[in-house]
Design a protein around this ligand. Structure first.
Ligand SMILES: [Zn+2]
Length: 270
């Protein structure tokens, strides 16, 4: 609702009825594939996106996101504290994803053996379980910072060709910087995973609440244990080259539950 002089607000209830505040506001610019949407709703509002309940904090904060290959539309069902449910159709802008070729990787890393495939599957399940956690933390609503300095050496969404073979898209943003460079928590949260994986090397996952997670991979060092509460911009580890890498960098990802999102507009706003 546009700001009205207080005098007018008090004097003109009929005007307020004619132009009610929208029950839900959100950052429309994020309605794209890979987009991370933050919004506010009147406290007590219930939301569902494409049939999935979206948690609304007591203060009315919420977040959701759209995967890299999301369809052209999404349906947001808004149920105000009193009144009928309203369905808002959200148009999700399509994006073009670049193709990126990386060659010279050790063949065993591109086509792992059976034992390694078993390990990878186990790690994938562990990561999915952590990313599925939903808590009432609200670090996601308090702004994000860039997690590391350095050159952007890889972007979200690119189709990867490894040693000439198509592999899954790149779901993170890469910051190339020397081993030992501090890695900072992009927002307040809690450590839900601090482990060493085949592809990701040493990695940390932070839960920022409401299904919003950040992931930090290829670390040389992990400085925080699982379960610890972390302040925004706290040092959590250091850049390294553990796991599948060709040089020292931070692989940084954001997700809303199992949807990987583009971190770039969130931590490096234009
Ligand atoms: Zn990466």
């Amino acid at each position: 609702m546009p700001a009205l002089p207080r005098r007018l607000l008090l004097a003109a209830p009929a005007l307020l009825l004619a132009a009610p505040a929208r029950a839900v506001t959100l950052n429309e610019a994020a309605l794209t594939q890979g987009g991370f949407v933050l919004g506010r709703a009147a406290p007590g509002t219930r939301l569902a996106l494409d049939g999935r309940a979206v948690r609304v904090s007591p203060a009315g904060q919420f977040a959701f996101g759209f995967g890299r290959d999301h369809a052209a539309q999404a349906r947001l069902v808004i149920t105000p504290p009193s009144g009928a449910a309203e369905t808002r159709v959200l148009n999700i802008a399509k994006r073009q994803w670049p193709t990126e070729s990386i060659s010279g990787l050790p063949p065993a890393q591109v086509t792992p053996d059976a034992e390694t495939l078993t390990r990878i599957a186990r790690e994938r399940e562990k990561l999915a379980a952590v990313r599925a956690i939903e808590t009432n933390l609200t670090g996601f609503a308090e702004g994000f910072i860039r997690p590391a300095p350095g050159r952007i050496s890889g972007v979200f969404g690119s189709q990867r060709i490894l040693n000439g073979q198509p592999r899954q898209p790149h779901y993170g943003l890469d910051f190339a910087a020397p081993t030992g460079t501090p890695v900072l928590a992009c927002a307040a949260g809690r450590v839900t995973l601090a482990d060493e994986f085949h592809f990701f090397g040493k990695l940390i996952v932070l839960d920022h609440g409401h299904g919003v997670n950040s992931l930090y991979a290829h670390l040389s060092e992990i400085s925080v244990p699982e379960g610890e509460s972390i302040a925004k911009s706290q040092r959590i580890g250091a850049i390294g080259m553990t796991g599948r890498v060709t040089g020292p960098h931070l692989h940084f990802s954001l997700s809303w539950f199992l949807q990987w999102l583009d971190p770039q507009p969130v931590v490096l706003p234009a």
